[in-house]
Design a binder for this molecule. Structure first.
Ligand SMILES: Cc1cc2nc3c(=O)[nH]c(=O)nc-3n(C[C@H](O)[C@H](O)[C@H](O)COP(=O)(O)OP(=O)(O)OC[C@H]3O[C@@H](n4cnc5c(N)ncnc54)[C@H](O)[C@@H]3O)c2cc1C
Length: 463
């Protein structure tokens, strides 16, 4: 038997081959995440080729008492992959789309498969995997499941949790948990699948999944509309849902702060009308009939009622893509400068306007010069609120964060709608999560990962 006591990585090199145990320059691509806020200095990045190798890596890591941080596309926004001295396990060599089964309406995929590759594969069978967001060209199955990602189509299709039927997970002791169900109904005991979705790598490593596909809409109708107020936007949403029989695929709020930032950072994305206080992006997806007339009629009715002030209906696919690009530039526009206090809250739909109004009043007291940027998946009450404070002092940033979460929670909201907790919201979890819920989470973590080696320090604040 070889002596690996000198360099524990030798054992991993024997297992995976030296090329798949990356250090130094080779691992540098993971050193900083997409936001530039979070950093990783791993002992090494491991690149297993199959579930058996992932399990063997986890067992070896246990022997050497090393922490493990799974990584997908590294596009998460909350510091979920940040670490110092851990083994990062990249699933990039496990990117196969094993099967698309049209009659069952499922895709069976490995956890390293890239979201846009799944879109392309489904489309060949006239199906869609509806989850979509700006980072779809990089985000991988394990990452979007572990963050329970949302995106722009939740209003019609639900978030990732509702789009996943089955999972395979390597647990902290190296056992493989086979939950690769293809069933739409299964009440045989606790729902273990949902435990791992949204767990951000703290309970195990997802290695494969069964995803649920939907019929591909044949017709799309999209528009950008300036609306009189947020309540007017919600009335427009109701009109559209009724007229289109629930075919609203995206209903995105892009108010003045967002459109002004878009004009500054992306002047190439020409805006069809002058700045208004409130604007929404609309996309309808018709399974069997065109919906342009429905969209135009609903906009005309709303204009008649004084609720829509201006609108541009896409006349072709290029114009629709242009409108989508205006919305999907959000992440690149947001992370343009530091310091920021970014939040990702969810509110009941009819609570969004009150939340924004109260937050703006209280921010003006805390930091009169602070700027805000708001963009929202309004159809599901999810607001991305970014504050750019005038001072970069930890207590000041904390006071702003605390104010935002207080206003949100008091109005029945959640402190994280879709991005998750990672490192960025640990203090918020301590302050805002129900203490009994936190105790239950700690008990689950201790049962599944008693040595606290799976993405330690993330999601659950210290007790
Ligand atoms: C431009 C842009 C737009 C975005 N838009 C949206 C949006 O609209 N909606 C939304 O919800 N999110 C959005 N996001 C953030 C979103 O969370 C991520 O893009 C995506 O879900 C993460 O996938 P990833 O493969 O990059 O995961 P990573 O960033 O690599 O990882 C995310 C977390 O999952 C864990 N993890 C990764 N792989 C595994 C695995 N195999 N098993 C267990 N744990 C694992 C990691 O440890 C980490 O905690 C956006 C990000 C960007 C950059």
């Amino acid at each position: 038997m070889k002596d690996h006591s000198a360099d524990p990585l030798d054992a991993f090199r024997d297992l995976l081959g030296a090329a798949h145990v990356q250090t130094g320059e080779a691992a540098a691509r993971f050193a900083t995440d997409w936001t530039g806020k979070w950093h990783a200095a791993p002992l090494a990045v491991l690149r297993p080729a199959n579930t058996g190798e992932v399990a063997a890596c986890v067992r070896l890591a246990a022997e050497h008492a090393l922490a493990i941080v799974p990584v997908g596309g590294n596009t998460g926004l909350v510091g979920g992959t940040a670490n110092r001295g851990a083994l990062m396990i990249s699933l990039e060599r496990m990117a196969a789309i094993r099967a698309i089964r049209p009659e069952a309406g499922i895709a069976v995929v490995e956890a390293g498969a890239i979201l846009s590759d799944i879109h392309a594969a489904a489309s060949e069978h006239d199906l869609i995997f509806p989850l979509t967001f700006g980072a779809r060209g990089s985000a991988r199955v394990g990452g979007f499941l572990s963050t329970n990602a949302g995106g722009s189509n939740v209003v019609r299709y639900g978030s990732t949790r509702g789009l996943c039927l089955g999972l395979e997970v390597v647990l902290a002791d190296g056992c493989v948990l086979d939950l690769m169900s293809e069933l739409r109904k299964d009440n045989s005991g606790y729902d273990l699948r949902d435990l791992f979705i949204g767990a951000e790598g703290t309970l195990g490593i997802i290695t494969a999944a069964v995803l649920r596909l939907s019929p591909r809409p044949r017709h799309h109708a999209a528009a950008l509309a300036a609306v009189e107020s947020l309540p007017a936007a919600l009335r427009l949403l109701r009109r559209l849902q009724a007229a289109s029989e629930g075919a609203v695929e995206a209903f995105e709020y892009m108010p003045r702060s967002y459109m002004a930032a878009l004009a500054r950072h992306r002047p190439d994305l020409r805006q069809p009308f002058a700045l208004h206080d409130h604007a929404v992006m609309i996309d309808l997806g018709g399974l069997s009939r065109p919906l342009d007339d429905v969209l135009e009629a609903a906009l005309a009715e709303a204009a008649e009622a004084g609720e829509v002030l201006d609108a541009m209906v896409a006349q072709n696919e290029a114009q629709r893509a242009h409108i989508w690009e205006m919305r999907e530039a959000a992440a690149e526009i947001t992370f343009t400068r530091l310091p920021i206090v970014d939040s990702d809250v969810a509110l009941p739909l009819d609570g969004v306007a009150g939340f924004i109004a109260e937050m703006e009043t209280r921010l003006a007291d805390l930091d009169p010069g602070a700027e805000t940027l708001i963009v929202a998946h309004l159809g599901d009450g999810n607001i991305h609120l970014t504050v750019y404070p005038t001072r970069d002092a930890a207590d000041h940033l904390d006071a702003i964060r605390e104010m935002v979460e207080a206003v949100c929670v008091a109005r029945g909201g959640s402190i994280s709608a879709e991005h998750g907790i990672g490192l960025s919201k640990l203090a918020t979890m301590s302050r805002r999560k129900d203490p009994v819920a936190l105790d239950v989470m700690r008990a689950i973590k201790a049962a599944l990962d008693p040595e606290n080696r799976m993405n330690p320090g993330k999601v659950i604040p210290e007790g």
